[in-house]
Design a protein around this ligand. Sequence first.
Ligand SMILES: Nc1ncnc2c1ncn2[C@@H]1O[C@H](COP(=O)(O)OP(=O)(O)OP(=O)(O)O)[C@@H](O)[C@H]1O
Ligand SMILES: [Mg+2]
Length: 270
Amino acid sequence: MQTLALANQKGGCGKTTVAINLASALAARGERVLLIDLDPQAHASLGLGQADFDGSSIADVLSRDVPITRVARKLPYGFQLVPGSLRVGEFEEVAARMLGPERVLEKALEEVEGLFDWVILDCPTRADGLLAANAIRAASLVVLVVETGAFALQGAVRAQKLFIDLARECEREIDLCVLATLFDPTRALAREILIGMHARFGDAMFDTVIHVSDVAREATAYGMPVDALAPTALVSRQFAALAAEFSDLNDQRESEGRATPLSWPQPEIV
Ligand SMILES: Nc1ncnc2c1ncn2[C@@H]1O[C@H](COP(=O)(O)OP(=O)(O)OP(=O)(O)O)[C@@H](O)[C@H]1O
Ligand SMILES: [Mg+2]
């Protein structure tokens, strides 16, 4: 089971959109996928038409020790979702009385080991809180989701350093890779930024780049993944290609017996 934390300390860079559509694209390949909505905004749940905030959620797993299998919902898109909730904020209070509060998610996931091939954690924007610490602690791979806009490279390098520091605090060696999103190929600046990101992050970058797409926006508004709304759209094909890259990466990691880090340059402060 691979656990991916989709993260960045920058808001609105496409983390949730990638979480939803990567989950769906991996499921379309026959993989068993669990998406966990760790964000108090619960956008991944809303973006999948799961907006009933009275139901059980990740808050019950973290604060009340409810097993993940009792909270996970089967969606019509071939994968399961642990919904998010504003109540996840309670976890910070409960955690004050806990030993090792940053390990709660990791422990909860032990119970589903073997039931899923992929667990995808949609992280909140806030990267220095307890939820992010739980995600980093539980993750086998951190996927830094980077919007290819102005200052993208500087932001990505800072985020890289931040997650390496966070992992160090959790006493973990971090594996980190970078995914470029919201790419507009008609803009020279975006093309230059993408070249700069490849130069900086090298092999740690996915070949697939997710473009800006009206279909992506519409699918979120309709509460479904892009491949359910428009399976032949460019963005659906990009998520399918991304899922194939993750499968390849997984095969490679398994054959290496994991855990040699991806080739990853040392962070510099910029
Ligand atoms: N590839 C895309 N094409 C067009 N719009 C997109 C794309 N990816 C994301 N968006 C839009 O950009 C906005 C932010 O995306 P999203 O919610 O996925 O980002 P986020 O990083 O999860 O944000 P937050 O930090 O608030 O959790 C949303 O309105 C979403 O519909
Ligand atoms: Mg989000």
